[in-house]
Design a protein around this ligand. Structure first.
Ligand SMILES: *Cc1c(COP(=O)(O)O)cnc(C)c1O
Length: 467
């Protein structure tokens, strides 16, 4: 199993190289050269069993099943629910897949904990150290900080948009109490932090000098790890029932993992609605509009305030193949569109590729802040549960879906991660669960600075030189 770049100009690499690099040297994202066909889990298979089977297929022999199983066991031991991603019913044939039982209360823990185990294992084997850069719209940073906290092999540098994350989100990244986790709050929006990350990772000389890697949602291991809970949901609801998934979407990593699960034979059928807030780029891209770089609008679902969803590039690459055969995907088309975007602020998608994007089983649905508030109230009335605003964006979109079988909305974060919004909208408190209490009692540690690649480069150098 090899991995190729979505832009077509990098050499194919194996799973470990793809995972450790994050971004391919040509600026593209690593994606499997072909789709493995993975045996579906049975109802009752444990999360770790399924994770081992799925990751083993994607690892393509670079790690033994025993090693993968050990890493998965360690990754998921701190979850507060033994099923890792339990399904709960919210109404007739309507379900939530709860992904917030990890240490930092959002679905990012599921993949990030596994990545941290993988990195530590591989770096230990090789006797190496790395500096890991992470750009976050709020939840990835906390998951990464908590997963890598205390690692002897990794320095973690987290970039977040200053004052654009919730206080609890910030707490999880800045109050780890570990010296190997560094935070930079930059003046600007998430797309700015993501652009800096791509620029630094793309600087081969710098990347080698400080042993730099990225663990954003562009990292292939994240996508692979997230495809596991789609497979588990299918197994639990009945292996042959067509499920319609609704995924609260920002950078499009989670929804893409559903696509990957389907292509790898883990789902019975493929229907996904990407639920977006006012930052509706994904909905526009799926309806044939060009890549653009707009300003981000702040909403009450901040982890989804993203104008240019990075993982769209992987779907775009898929859609360049006329007959769905991975062997004839065309990275040059993707590279051209992103080069145009960089040069002119707009990147055109050829009409035949657009038409295919629109017929892949994915659609986008936009939900306003007002609709999100209404949904939070309605869910509280109907189930007694306070849900986080991101999950509410999904639940609101799910009400519009017409589907005979089960409709599964991914619950991407715990309400306690957004207590201000929950209090304002629902008038109730959303206290931190016990597993998150230690964060609240430690001091926060972060520096502020300009949205500048040079500023970040200097900081990384001084951190890497010290360790
Ligand atoms: C990251 C995040 C999302 C968006 O997920 P993507 O994979 O970026 O599309 C949605 N909800 C929450 C709570 C998140 O943290």
């Amino acid at each position: 199993m090899k991995y190729v770049s979505t832009r077509g100009y990098s050499e194919a690499v194996d799973f470990l190289a793809a995972s450790l690099a994050g971004l391919a040297p040509d600026g593209g994202l690593y994606t499997p050269v072909s789709w493995p066909q993975i045996e579906r889990p049975k109802a009752g298979d444990s999360y770790v069993e399924t994770a081992t089977r799925v990751l083993s297929a994607f690892a393509g022999g670079t790690l033994s099943d025993e090693v993968i199983c050990t890493l998965a066991e360690r990754a998921y031991a701190p979850f507060a629910h033994q099923s890792v991603a339990p399904l709960v019913e919210v109404g007739p044939n309507r379900w939530m897949l709860e992904l917030h039982h990890g240490p930092t209360l959002a679905f990012k823990d599921v993949a990030m904990r596994l990545i941290a185990q993988l990195y530590d294992y591989v770096l230990e084997q090789r006797g190496e150290r790395m500096t890991i850069l992470c750009a976050t719209s709020g939840d990835t940073g906390g998951a990464a900080a908590s997963a890598f906290a205390g690692s002897k092999r990794v320095d973690m540098v987290i970039l977040h948009p200053h004052n654009r994350v919730s206080p609890v989100q910030r707490l999880f990244m800045t109050a780890t109490g570990s010296d190997n986790v560094h935070n930079l709050a930059l003046e600007g929006d998430f797309d700015g932090t993501q652009a800096i990350l791509k620029q630094l990772i793309g600087d081969e000389h710098f990347r080698r000098r400080v042993g730099l890697a990225a663990v954003n949602s562009i990292n292939w291991t994240r996508v692979a790890a997230q495809s596991v809970y789609f497979a588990q949901a299918q197994a639990q609801l009945g292996g042959d029932r067509p499920i319609h998934f609704v995924v609260p979407t920002g950078n499009f990593g989670d929804a893409l993992a559903g696509y990957v699960a389907a292509r790898s034979g883990l789902l019975n059928s493929f229907r996904i609605t990407a639920a977006v807030n006012a930052n509706d780029a994904m909905a526009r891209l799926l309806s044939g509009q060009p890549l653009t770089r707009g300003d981000t609008a702040p909403t009450i679902s901040p982890a989804m305030d993203i104008q240019l969803p990075s993982n769209f590039e992987r779907l775009f690459y898929e859609a360049t193949s006329a007959n769905g055969d991975p062997a004839v995907r065309n990275g040059a088309i993707v590279a051209k569109a992103y080069a145009e975007l960089a040069a002119k602020g707009q990147g055109g998608i050829p009409p035949d590729v657009s038409a295919r994007l629109a017929s892949m089983g994915l659609d986008g649905h936009r939900v306003s802040d007002d609709e999100t508030r209404e949904e939070m109230k309605r869910t509280l009335t109907e189930t007694g549960w306070a849900v986080c605003p991101h999950t509410a964006v999904g639940l609101a979109a799910a009400r519009r879906v017409r589907h005979e079988g089960p409709i599964v909305t991914l619950a991407t974060a715990h309400a306690a991660k957004f207590p201000e919004t929950v209090r304002e909208v629902l008038g109730v408190d959303a206290p931190l669960p016990a597993r998150a209490q230690p964060f609240a009692s430690r001091p926060e540690k972060f520096d502020t600075g300009p949205m500048s690649a040079d500023f970040v480069r200097e900081r990384i150098l001084s951190i890497a030189m010290k360790s």
